[in-house]
Design a binder for this molecule. Structure first.
Ligand SMILES: NC(=O)C1=CN([C@@H]2O[C@H](COP(=O)(O)OP(=O)(O)OC[C@H]3O[C@@H](n4cnc5c(N)ncnc54)[C@H](O)[C@@H]3O)[C@@H](O)[C@H]2O)C=CC1
Ligand SMILES: O=C(O)C(=O)CO
Length: 386
């Protein structure tokens, strides 16, 4: 029997019991649930990553829905526990759901929500920040200043890479990858090469139009290319950013052989999921190629880094904060809560999870729909006509 966990309760007499495994930013998500007769229980336990046992204790005997986190292992055991407690609704507070066994959820008839769209620009901006920081060696230079080592301007001090006119490579040009590509192309006049399983027509049109604009203004136009393989991107790009989902096909997508294909002075950014990169191979590559630089928001064995990574001057490492803007995190909480609420209330699923703006408008009630349920087809859930 798992030990009881500490909780904060809102609207104790609410009809539906909804549990959030973590406190989440803002209060709109709580108000939306309370207004619809939910008793909201928020786990306040001072433990960053809850175990399966902890979550079973939180679910208890009667639970209608759970809002969970990407650090939790949502598999057979938890979906069975939720189902036993009468619950049919779960949402990750994240767009990525590689921590969720969707087949297990299907087996117990539990809807699995995620939070697309609201974090697209925020995540792309962090990837752009890491790109600039790596190109211009910002973290190394900051450490140097603070260590009192600066004793005057020098021609060779912290010389980095100019991005303008170079080629940015994007692997996974979905919502976030495309937003990142637009920032780097428009902001830094980089040429684009991308690889995705699908063509990104909107992104191609954007780069074409921007190139024409530059040309009309007497500037060198930017260009785009859709690569026929990922290796083509790795060979040609000066700066490469990874934005695919994590699944069997993208595990260790960047490995020893592929690192060796990249330019010696290339920059690699990862704001997707840690296991997309073979981190042991990356540490070796960084050791042998001091001009190669990386910016990492995610790690293979989070919260840990592989041995040697923390010592590498040519690596910038931040703790999975790519979606950490106030607006985005509050929006993620809102979408996750509305995914759970929608299933509890028997609402249909929103037709286009790429356009979730109506759910984020604080001045109007949200549509009567779940914003994004990844297994809606498997469960045969109705689609909203709104
Ligand atoms: N570091 C962080 O805090 C954050 C990380 N993420 C990660 O970013 C991922 C992407 O998010 P979105 O852009 O919203 O998803 P998305 O679904 O719009 O884009 C993913 C793209 O990856 C492509 N893809 C899938 N397999 C591929 C392969 N083998 N090779 C190349 N491309 C492939 C898909 O076709 C799709 O276009 C999430 O799944 C999540 O893991 C998302 C938000 C924040
Ligand atoms: O949403 C995700 O997938 C994250 O990694 C955190 O925002």
């Amino acid at each position: 029997m798992a030990k009881p966990v500490s909780i904060e309760v809102w609207n104790p007499n609410g009809k539906y019991r909804v549990v959030s495994t973590k406190p989440m930013p803002g209060t709109r998500w709580i108000n939306l649930l309370v207004d619809q007769d939910c008793r909201v229980e928020i786990c306040t336990q001072k433990k960053t990553i809850l175990s399966v046992e902890d979550i079973i204790a939180l679910i208890g005997d009667k639970c209608d829905g759970v809002i969970g986190q990407l650090t939790e292992d949502w598999g057979e055991t938890l979906f069975a526990a939720l189902s036993r407690a009468g619950g049919k609704a779960f949402s990750n507070m994240a767009v990525g759901y590689n921590n969720v066994d969707v087949n297990a959820a299907n087996k117990y008839g539990v809807a699995v929500g995620n939070t697309p769209g609201v974090l697209t620009e925020t995540t792309a901006e962090l990837a752009a920040s890491l790109s600039l920081s790596a190109a211009r060696r910002i973290v190394e230079a900051d450490e140097f200043m603070r260590a009192g080592l600066y004793d005057g301007w020098l021609p060779n001090l912290f010389v980095g890479n100019l991005l303008k006119g170079q080629t940015v490579g994007v692997i996974g040009a979905g919502r976030i990858g495309s937003a990142y590509a637009r920032i780097m192309v428009e902001g830094f006049k980089m040429n684009l090469i991308y690889f995705d399983l699908y063509q990104s027509t909107r992104l191609e049109k954007f780069v074409t139009a921007y190139g024409e604009f530059l040309k009309a203004n007497g500037e060198q136009p930017v260009t785009w290319k859709r690569a026929s393989s990922m290796d083509e991107v790795l060979r040609e790009a000066d700066l490469i950013s990874l934005h695919p989902v994590l699944d069997k096909t993208t595990y260790h997508l960047v490995n020893k052989e592929r690192l060796a294909m990249m330019k010696k002075e290339a920059i690699l950014i990862n704001c997707s999921r840690g296991p997309v990169v073979d981190e042991v191979a990356l540490v070796e590559h960084l050791k042998h190629n001091p001009m190669f630089r990386v910016g990492l928001d995610v790690f293979e064995d989070e919260p840990y880094m592989k041995p040697g990574l923390a010592e590498m001057k040519n690596a910038i490492v931040v703790p999975h904060i790519a979606s950490a803007s106030k607006w985005t995190r509050e929006g993620m909480a809102t979408l996750a809560a509305l995914n759970v609420l929608g299933k509890i209330k028997g609402y249909p699923v929103w037709g286009d999870p790429n356009h979730i703006e109506p759910f984020l408008n604080e001045n109007a009630p949200p549509p009567a729909a779940s914003p994004s349920i990844v297994n809606s087809k498997a469960l045969g859930l109705p689609v909203s006509k709104l």
